[in-house]
Design a protein around this ligand. Structure first.
Ligand code: CA
Length: 721
């Protein structure tokens, strides 16, 4: 591998916009990132210095060397294998010919962006047991840059400043109460010398907030809570007093395992002219509003601000400015944490400054970003929880889909994974199209009459998560799987309709990049990395990635030559909960965690694919009584299904318990689930939440399920036992 020597100041200056040059010179010759460079990032097409490329988060690069005419000549320039094998969701940053990325388990790596030579890596040594606090795999979405530092949020809630040249830690600070199930997976942003980061954990009873930290020493400068805590009085900020009016705050004040939720775990955008920071706020904790904010009749009440809202705040003080709530009284896990894009466009003859989002609830929103005024909203996927949005911007709900503590279950679309999840969209200003990595996956919401929160372990959602499990019959499971859709939707935000749609084999496809070369790049769950014509959706190029790709691509230049990079590696919420048995029929969606980098004329190849091991099911005989199996099923649904797939069918990433070596050995099973001997791998002890008898009941349930599935595959062998 050849080594390229960098004249850092010269290169950085060459890449800068004229507007940013003065401040650049003022910053000295170290090539450090300044506020002016961040504000002017759009004119610096060589680099990718902030998460969404610009503060507007458009994920559009003007680069056009690689274009619709020549993309067929795109080839693999280099690749780098990662040392983690969980979901890879990061957007790399590129500065001065160096590429920086995060991987699963919050690790950071630096490479020569042209050659792939590794420069340094950093491991924050997140304790393995943190994995059980994470709803959606041990992912990380990226870094922020400022001065000569990089900023990282770790899964266990630390904010770490690294020296960009060496990877050495400059400072670190704990941003959450680590006794609670907070996690950090999002990429920080830096605005005017403040590092801004939120957190996740709304499935586990936390209260959401976002906070700003001094870039120099990590000291906290402000904290913005998104939901009340039930103790609001005259001293509380007015926006929280207002929010408290929309909750039954007795519950928030009276039960510290009900934190309300509203976590700010991913999206942010910033308008420097309006001096507004936009944050996407998550779902309620628990999901079921009847437990979180009960009314007198036993059902839920209130809009529960600022759940599922886009909130505009002052980045210098954390002061509230406006909000728009996408899902009042959220109860389906309909976060508004999805990607926020800022753009200017003509709507009904008027030039508008808009903010756009396709949150989980299935509607595409166009909002005035100066005032928060609702402009328009239409469904971008199949939706049955609401029939539309009225002129005031309030959804017209379908009452049959609102499930409380009792009554009939309902199949609701979108389900808890949404119509679009964390995967970034992209916006092409010339086409005026937003590219949405959308999907359709409905879900059964079933009441749980006597639900009690458990802050120690497990999903705290207030619904019976096992009720929607499919029967073991493979034919029925395949039929249901056949209703899952995944698509790339090119959305016209003015007309509020799809201009074109590309169908993928299934949900959970990669984030997007749009370019001045008339291209849209996207990886797929089906292990491809593709380029499409940005105007028509015609597929122009494809590369076999050997693994599901969920992360968004970036593009940059080194020495004037354009590269496209994407971090491949299947994982995340859908991957760890989907019926892996069925997905295997569709695509080889195992995890191979690897950075892939492309340029024109390159002809690199990946190593040969490993054969997918598919061991036959060989469980011990099922001898437990029906009562024990039922108890195990109930506990499995609450504590195990979120990582090991519903009904123990085996997901695509984490161990398939039907094939666990300890299945036939009660004491080995106890040592894992009660004793926690695998905690460094992420499998902690559940002793606080489950008795030894309940732990064995789960084992009996998995044995029972494994025998059911084995009977489907090989009936003659089961008959012999
Ligand atoms: Ca959630």
């Amino acid at each position: 591998m050849s080594m390229i020597k960098w004249a850092l100041p010269a290169l950085a200056l060459g890449a800068l916009s004229v507007a940013a040059c003065d401040e650049m010179l003022g910053a000295g010759s170290d090539g450090g990132i300044t506020s002016a460079m961040l504000v002017g990032a759009n004119s610096d097409d060589a680099n990718w210095i902030t998460h969404g490329r610009t503060y507007s988060e458009q994920r559009f690069s003007p680069l056009d060397q690689i274009n619709a005419e020549n993309v067929g000549d795109l080839g693999l320039a280099w690749f780098a294998d990662m040392d983690t094998a969980r979901g890879q969701e990061a957007t790399p940053l590129v500065m001065d010919g160096k590429l920086y990325l995060t991987t699963a388990w919050s690790k950071v790596k630096a490479f020569n962006a042209a050659t792939g030579e590794p420069l340094w890596d950093y491991d924050p040594e997140v304790p393995g047991e943190t994995a059980v606090k994470a709803c959606c795999d041990t992912v990380n979405r990226g870094l922020a840059a400022y001065g000569d530092s990089l900023f990282l949020g770790t899964l266990d809630g630390r904010l770490v400043a690294l020296d960009r040249e060496t990877g050495d830690v400059k400072w670190e600070t704990v941003t959450v109460d680590q006794e609670q199930s907070y996690t950090v997976t999002g990429a920080p942003r830096v605005i005017d010398g403040k590092v801004i980061i939120g957190n996740g954990g709304a499935e586990f009873g936390v209260r959401g907030y976002i906070a700003a930290y001094d870039v120099n020493d990590g000291s906290e400068l402000w904290r913005f809570y998104t939901v009340p805590d039930g103790n609001e009085g005259g001293e509380s900020p007015q926006y929280l007093q207002d929010a408290a009016e929309t909750w039954n705050t007795d519950v928030l004040a009276g039960n510290d395992a009900i934190g309300g939720g509203g976590t700010v775990w991913d999206s942010m955008a910033y308008d420097p002219d309006l001096n507004l920071l936009y944050i996407g706020v998550g779902n309620g904790s628990p999901w079921n509003r009847a437990y979180r904010s009960p009314g007198e009749d036993g059902t839920g009440e209130g809009d529960n601000l600022y759940l599922s809202s886009i909130v505009a705040i002052r980045p210098d003080t954390g002061e509230y400015v406006w909000h728009y709530q996408t899902t009042p009284g959220e109860t389906w896990d309909y976060t508004a944490t999805q990607h926020i894009i800022l753009a200017d466009m003509e709507i009904e003859g008027e030039e508008r400054q808009v903010l756009m989002q396709a949150p989980k609830n299935g509607f595409f929103y166009v909002i005035d970003r100066a005032t928060g005024e609702f402009i328009s909203g239409e469904p971008y996927v199949a939706v049955n929880w609401a029939t539309g949005i009225d002129d005031e911007g309030r959804p017209i709900e379908n009452p049959e889909t609102r499930i409380d503590k009792t009554g009939q279950p309902a199949i609701v679309t979108p389900g808890a994974l949404g119509g679009h999840n964390w995967h970034p969209m992209a916006y092409h200003p010339d086409e005026n199209l937003v590219y949405i990595p959308a999907f359709e996956a409905g879900m059964v919401y079933a009441p749980e009459e006597n639900w009690k929160p458990d802050r120690a372990r497990g999903f705290n959602v207030g619904f019976d998560l096992g009720a929607g499990d499919l029967p073991p019959d493979l034919g029925i499971r395949r039929e249901v799987a056949g209703t899952l859709r995944g698509m790339l939707v090119a959305w016209d935000p003015v007309a509020q309709e799809a201009k074109w749609t590309v169908e993928h084999p299934g949900p959970w496809n990669g984030g997007l990049l749009a370019t001045g070369g008339g291209l849209v790049f996207q990886g797929t769950a089906g292990s491809e990395f593709n380029a499409y014509n940005a105007a028509t959706g015609e597929q122009l190029w494809s590369f076999g990635a050997q693994t599901g790709v969920v992360a968004p691509p970036i593009t940059y230049t080194v020495d004037g030559e354009q590269y496209v990079a994407v971090l491949a590696g299947w994982g995340g919420a859908y991957a760890i909960t989907v019926d892996g048995e069925l997905l295997k029929d569709k695509a080889p969606v195992r995890n191979v965690s690897r950075l892939l980098v492309f340029k024109l004329g390159a002809d690199g190849e990946l190593p040969d694919e490993l054969e997918l091991a598919s061991l036959p099911l060989d469980p011990p005989p099922s001898r437990a009584n029906a009562e024990t199996i039922a108890l195990g099923a109930e506990k499995y649904a609450r504590y195990c299904a979120v990582c090991h797939a519903p009904a123990a069918v085996g997901s695509t990433v984490l161990p398939d318990l039907r094939r666990a070596g300890s299945l036939g050995n009660a004491s080995a099973w106890d040592a894992v689930v009660h004793g926690g001997i695998l905690k460094d791998n992420g499998m902690v002890s559940f002793a606080e939440s489950l008795s030894k008898d309940e732990i064995q009941a789960i084992r009996e349930y998995v044995i029972f399920r494994a025998n059911q599935d084995k009977a489907m595959e090989r009936p003659e062998e089961v008959a012999k036992r």
